[in-house]
Design a protein. Structure first.
Length: 364
């Protein structure tokens, strides 16, 4: 995984504290890091069935009977570990953030992943991230690896507005690599790609969209993902469903569950389920003061009462809500409630929004 700062690590979820700090593109090439003792040791231990220290998040999900990202990757036809040649490792999977250019200002994000958050962060946190970040993994350093590539995952920013991403795809098409590569996107679905892009996608093996629809309720979705046009986002998702078979697109919804959108989770999951969209909600763990565990007991009871009394159309939806509720009750972090309210009030003031309007069901 290469992020917009040039840091390289085994996976987007891999805990930074277990990664060598010197593994950046300032210090080494992509190939040098891939061939390093650290990376080789990780590969050998994973294939031996060992639990890796930096992979705690996936193991926690598996221990709670939830299919983790690690499990989904191992089952994946392109990147699964079955049949891997341990004597000749090749760079076949790449997760790539080419820029932090984004059209939204999500409340749980920061300016490493959205340049639009820079000014607010400077005022509120005094942070000094660069306003526009473009990965130090310049395209010419990636091109030589495309001949062996099976899977590229684009994150951002919002990858569909990052020009270098399209340049990379065009190169793969021109050199006849595209037909062997499966693409995966983390997208907020507020941007519809131009027809030229859809035509390019058809040249690739398959397209996987991990869409970020955090709530079916416009007041929650537009509050959590500031600058979202909720109506347009839903229309774009509907269009992706319509062209899925023609283009070869798989759609997987990844709602990020926070204090701001947990209440209407059943309705959100049901809307997605009705469209045969795969669903894999993720409860936020960082920043900690936005996590569901921060809710005071009376507000947790409000969420739980809603989940208990909702009439579910399918048991799979109830199971997902139960999973989120289990996390909510797993820890009492209500000592951070005032920090949550302070954080929320600053963003409300900056954006002319109101927490009580977006989430009127809570007791403040």
């Amino acid at each position: 995984m290469i992020d917009g700062t040039g840091r390289v690590k085994p996976c987007c979820r891999y805990a930074d504290i277990f990664k060598p700090k010197e593994h950046t593109l300032d210090n080494y090439s992509i190939q040098q890091i891939f061939d390093s003792d650290f990376q080789n040791n990780i590969r050998k231990r994973v294939l031996a069935g060992e639990r890796i220290e930096g992979c705690k998040r996936c193991y926690e999900e598996e221990d709670n009977n939830k299919k983790s990202l690690r499990m989904r990757h191992n089952e994946h036809p392109k990147i699964g570990s079955k049949g891997i040649n341990t004597n000749d490792y090749k760079l076949e999977y790449l997760e790539l953030s080419l820029s932090n250019d984004c059209n939204l200002m999500c409340r749980m994000c920061d300016s490493r992943y959205s340049h639009k958050l820079f000014d607010e962060e400077q005022e509120y946190l005094g942070k000094t991230y660069s306003k526009h970040r473009h990965t130090k993994a310049n395209l010419s350093s990636i091109y030589p690896h495309l001949k062996d590539m099976k899977f590229i995952k684009f994150t951002g920013g919002e990858p569909l507005i990052i020009k270098d991403h399209w340049t990379l795809l065009e190169y793969a098409v021109e050199h006849d690599y595209a037909k062997n590569i499966r693409l995966n996107y983390s997208t907020n679905c507020t941007v519809w790609p131009k027809k030229r892009i859809v035509d390019i996608w058809k040249q690739f093996d398959y397209i996987e969209l991990a869409i970020s629809l955090d709530s079916i309720m416009p007041q929650e979705n537009e509050y959590q993902r500031h600058l979202t046009d909720h109506t347009q986002a839903l229309a774009n998702i509907e269009k992706y469903v319509e062209i899925a078979d023609e283009v070869g697109i798989s759609i997987n919804a990844r709602p990020t569950i926070t204090i701001y959108n947990a209440y209407h989770l059943p309705e959100t999951l049901e809307w997605l389920w009705e469209r045969n969209i795969k669903i894999n909600p993720t409860h936020l763990t960082y920043p900690k003061h936005l996590a569901l565990t921060v809710l005071p007991k009376n507000n947790k009871q409000i969420i739980q009462h809603k989940y208990d009394n909702f009439v579910y159309k399918d048991n799979s939806i109830k199971e997902l809500c139960d999973y989120i509720a289990k996390y909510m009750h797993s820890e009492d972090c209500s000592d951070l409630w005032n920090q949550f309210l302070k954080h929320t009030a600053f963003w409300d003031n900056s954006r002319s929004q109101n927490f009580s309007d977006a989430c009127p069901y809570y007791v403040i």
